[in-house]
Structure formats: structure tokens, C-alpha cells
Write a protein that binds this ligand. Structure first.
Ligand code: IGP
Length: 395
């Protein structure tokens, strides 16, 4: 079941008289299910599967002669299957309907009707749907082949996890991932005079082990230019590309912009997606911070091999409520045992403002923290770090 992933936008790749060949790409993470279909005598025939991984969708001859309708039907069917897979894993975030909101026709008029099915149900879903639209444009501009070429020119990766461990050993406090974050949907603009490189330098000076750089433009006013600028400014802290990743293409892109680590959100990605992306991260030398928010997500992630960094987000990305006791609640004795056995580092994320907050999550078992708002709002973010930890951790 997990091999079934939502399709498809048919792209004509060649047209000979009587035969039309289409490339059909899956919507989700997986380049391995790009499949060619050809149309002969009004029927769709699977012509070639480009990779050995199974794509379970098969195309049956369309009932009508309209190839377009048949494809749309398939898109819908496979999309439904994908949602079923996600639902069995407790994932509530749906992916954008691949064909966009459905059209309705009344006589000669054509219009879209808003319904539960074509309207995002919460902010995270809205972000993910917008990401799908953005991605379609980016991939057109920079197809995977060109990104793969650009990888050769990317700066080398630095050891994100090693930097967190070293900081924790040096200070006896959780290693700090300081976030370069201009704005967020829940808090609005956090800092008007936002100079990402200056902030990053201040974080490094203040003792941050690693940095997190928001790259989402629409909702967080971030950018990949910020990521690349920080990387090129000689900052030594390893960098996390803070993005809403739904496709493997984004991993390649992040790497070409100098990322050392990426975020994978378990509330958005199925187990299969996570496993697949972790493999690609390994190939690219990227660390993966896999983020969970609830017990179900935590247990899914603890069941996946190869994960070394798990973030517990204290903020619910669907409702924006923040509760730092979430970190403690998810780290009960049973899970803590698994985490120790697997050598996982847990990162406490969001809503950390005071030395008492840091002590609280450290007591709960985290070895690293991810902090944005409370640092970025300080006139001098380096001093902000000392205030947050209750002491200077730069030396
Ligand atoms: O600004 P805060 O409350 O310190 O939070 C930082 C970080 O945890 C938060 O930005 C975050 C955690 N997970 C995310 C996923 C996407 C965007 C942002 C986030």
C-alpha cells in the first residue's frame, strides 16, 4: 500500500502520428515513479517504468475516448489511495489536489466551488499546498538534472550532529540551534531591521552550535538567498535549511544552497517518504532533523531506522498553540529507553524563552534546543543567548 503515491501531471514527451507518449510524474517525494504512458487507439498503455521501485498505479483503458478525463480520474484515484496511506499513519495534513480545485460547469459558464476537499483546513495545510504550487514552478526552472550538476559546486557539508554534541559537552547545557527567522504566521514580523548575516554572526559569537535558516518566503519571509549568504559569509556553524519539505527535489536544492541539514516534518510525510528522504540525505551528506509533535508521530519516527536527530515541536503547527510540557510528555521512560539505545539526539523546539525553560526541557531529556523568537527579537542576539541560558556560553 505504501508504494502508492499520488500522480500525475501528464507531460507530452513525444508525438508520432498515431502515438502520443506522455511522461507522468508522481506528485510526492519520489522520482522513482516517473512513468511513461503511451496512447494508442484511444487506450492508455503503460510503456515503461523508469525505476525498479514499484509504482502500484496501473492505467486501465479509459472508458471514454478522452485521454484527459482518464488521466484526471487516475489522478483522483491514486490521490485517494495516498490519503488513505497517510490516514493509517495518523497524518491529517492532506496534499493539494493535483489538478487544483475542481471546475464546475453550468451551461456555458465555468467556475470553482469552494468545498472541504479543495480548501486547506489549517495553516500547515495551507503552507503545504502553497509549497506544491511553488515547487512546480521551481522544478520547471531547475530540473533535478541541473541541480545534480550544481551539487559539485556546493560548499562541503559540515557535521551538524557533531557540532551539537560538542557544544553540549563543552557547556553541560543543550546544544543551541539558533534560528534566523524574520516572521512567522503565528507571530507576524519578529524583527523589522532584519539582516540575516548580521544575526547569524551574532548567534555564532554568542555560542550557538548550529543555525537554522527559514527559507519559506510567503509565510516566514525567509529565502534561499539568506541561506546561501550566511553560508558564504564564512560562518562556521552548520546550517539547517528550515523548509517545508514534501519532495526529494528540495533536498538537492537545499544542498546546492549550502545546507548541512534539513527538516522533515512527520505530520506531513508518510513513513515511506521519511525513509526515502533519509536515504537521499545520506547520499548528499545532509543531517535530517525529523520533527514530531505528538505521541503517534514520535512512535512512528522511533520505528524508522537511520534517524539520528528527532525534534519535538512544542508548537502545534495546525493551531499554533505552544506548550513546552509537550517535550516532557513525549519523553516518557519507554521512549527515552529507545532513544538511548538508538543513540538519537532529541531537540526541544519552540517556545523557549528563559533559563527555566531550558532547564525544564533539559531535565525532560533533550540534548539540544531550537530557538527563534526569543533570540531574534533581542537588539543583540548574542546577548540574547546569554540571557536565554542564564550565562555566557560562548567560551
Ligand atoms: O520561534 P520559536 O518559538 O523559538 O520556534 C523556533 C522553531 O522551533 C520554529 O520556528 C519551528 C519549529 N518547527 C518548525 C517548522 C516550520 C517552521 C518553523 C518551525
Amino acid at each position: 500500500m505504501e508504494g502508492v503515491i499520488a500522480l500525475m501531471r501528464p507531460v507530452p514527451v513525444s508525438t508520432k502520428p498515431g502515438v502520443a507518449l506522455y511522461r507522468i510524474s508522481v506528485r510526492r517525494s519520489s522520482p522513482y515513479i516517473s512513468t511513461n504512458f503511451s496512447k494508442r487507439n484511444g487506450c492508455l498503455i503503460r510503456a515503461q517504468q523508469l525505476d525498479s521501485r514499484e509504482a502500484s498505479a496501473t492505467v486501465t483503458p479509459p472508458v471514454s475516448d478522452s485521454q484527459d478525463n482518464a488521466l484526471k480520474l487516475k489522478v483522483w484515484e491514486v490521490g485517494r489511495l495516498q490519503e488513505e496511506v497517510a490516514a493509517t499513519q495518523g497524518i491529517k495534513i492532506r496534499r493539494r489536489p493535483p489538478t487544483g480545485p475542481p471546475m464546475h460547469y453550468v451551461g456555458p459558464f465555468e467556475f470553482r466551488i469552494q468545498s472541504e476537499g479543495n480548501t486547506p483546513r489549517n495553516i500547515l495545510e495551507e503552507i503545504i499546498w502553497h509549497k506544491d504550487v511553488e515547487l512546480a514552478q521551481w522544478k520547471e526552472k531547475k530540473p533535478l538534472v541541473s541541480l545534480k550538476k550544481a551539487l559539485g559546486a556546493a560548499p562541503p557539508t559540515r557535521d551538524f550532529i557533531g557540532a551539537l554534541r560538542a557544544a553540549q559537552q563543552r557547556t553541560g547545557l543543550p546544544g543551541l540551534i539558533a534560528e534566523v527567522k524574520k516572521a512567522s504566521p503565528s507571530r507576524g514580523v519578529l524583527r523589522e531591521d532584519f539582516d540575516p548575516v548580521e544575526i547569524a554572526k551574532a548567534y555564532e559569537k554568542g555560542g550557538a552550535a548550529c543555525l537554522s535558516v527559514l527559507t519559506d518566503k510567503k509565510f516566514f519571509q525567509g529565502s534561499y538567498e539568506n541561506l546561501a549568504a550566511i553560508r558564504n559569509a564564512g560562518i562556521k556553524c552548520p546550517l539547517l535549511c528550515k523548509e517545508f519539505i514534501v519532495e526529494a527535489w528540495q533536498l538537492f536544492y537545499a544542498r546546492t544552497k549550502g545546507a548541512d541539514a534539513v527538516l522533515l516534518i512527520a505530520g506531513v510525510l508518510t513513513d515511506l517518504d521519511i525513509k526515502y528522504m533519509i536515504k537521499i540525505c545520506k547520499i548528499l551528506g545532509l543531517a535530517a532533523l525529523v520533527e514530531v509533535h505528538n505521541e503517534r508521530e514520535m512512535d512512528r519516527v522511533l520505528g524508522i531506522d537511520g534517524i539520528k536527530l528527532v525534534g519535538i515541536n512544542n508548537r502545534n503547527l495546525e493551531t499554533f498553540t505552544v506548550d513546552i510540557s509537550n517535550t516532557r510528555n513525549l519523553l516518557d521512560a519507554r521512549r527515552t529507553q529507545i532513544i538511548r539505545e538508538k543513540g538519537i539526539i532529541v531537540v526541544g523546539e519552540s517556545g523557549l524563552f528563559t533559563p527555566a525553560d531550558i532547564a525544564y526541557v533539559q531535565e525532560a531529556g533533550v540534548e539540544a534546543v531550537l530557538v527563534g523568537e526569543s533570540l531574534v527579537k533581542q537588539p543583540d542576539p548574542a546577548k540574547g543567548i546569554a540571557n536565554l541560558f542564564g550565562k555566557d556560553i560562548s567560551v
